[in-house]
Design a protein. Structure first.
Length: 241
């Protein structure tokens, strides 16, 4: 029986690359999106073209009740997934003194509360399958080392690391691994406005990472070869840290 993995924020960037890579590896994919339905549909089309089954699911991670309702409907119709990739997130950068309350709240509600909002409805159904499973959450180099102008984002991503390490302990005996992947500077829409030469000078490998490189790391953590790896933070950053 083919296993299913839910990928949040799968309409673009790392999420889209991850959905495609996991489909190539033989998983069926639940493609989550919030606003970009066209992007999500394109990813789903690619999943189906790779010979896998898939479907779309829409909710705002920051909206707990809407997220729970969408996931409960998913569980009722299809059962619990084998794996969850918590990729969706956002940034609202700026110097800390200039941050507005909403800049802090929206980033924390989406990035950190989103972890709880997605995993809480799914965790016991995943346990009750008695087939093990995989949870991979995207953190960031900012969550490990901090970054100027990203106090809110770094706080949310550091919180993800703490949540991952704690949940991994709770689920280890259930054969559900819980890990985090911490990208550095990855070529996506989020990096379009960065001063490229200046940023590359800070990276030992002198280039941006690719979404496929991050997706490959996530895919490994979802594989049978990673069955004894849990509670870890895997950095994909070209040597920045």
């Amino acid at each position: 029986m083919t296993e299913t993995i839910l990928v949040t924020g799968a309409s673009k960037g790392i999420g889209a690359a991850t959905a495609r890579r996991l489909a190539k590896d033989g998983f069926d994919i639940v493609v989550h999106y919030h606003s970009d339905r066209d992007g999500a549909q394109k990813v789903l089309d690619d999943v189906i073209a790779l010979g896998r089954a898939g479907r779309l699911i829409r909710f705002d991670l920051a909206d707990r009740s809407a997220t729970r309702l969408a996931l409960e409907n998913e569980l009722g119709e299809y059962g619990a997934p084998y794996g969850v990739i918590l990729n969706a997130g956002l940034t609202r950068d700026g110097p800390f003194p200039a941050l507005e309350d909403d800049d802090w709240d929206r980033v924390l509600h989406t990035n950190l509360d989103g972890f709880y909002n997605v995993i809480k409805p799914l965790v016991m159904p995943m346990v009750q399958r008695r087939k093990g499973g995989r949870i991979v959450a995207l953190t960031s180099i900012a969550g490990i080392a901090g970054n100027r102008g990203q106090v809110n984002y770094a706080a949310s991503k550091a919180g993800i690391i703490g949540a991952v390490k704690s949940l991994a302990l709770e689920l280890a005996k259930r054969k559900i691994t819980v890990n985090a992947v911490a990208p550095g500077v990855i070529a996506t829409q989020m990096t379009d406005d960065l001063p490229e030469d200046e940023v590359k000078a800070m990276i030992p490998m002198r280039r941006y990472g690719t979404t496929d490189e991050v997706a490959a790391t996530i895919a490994f953590l979802c594989s049978a070869d990673a069955s004894y790896i849990t509670r870890q933070v895997i950095s994909v950053n070209g040597g920045m840290l």
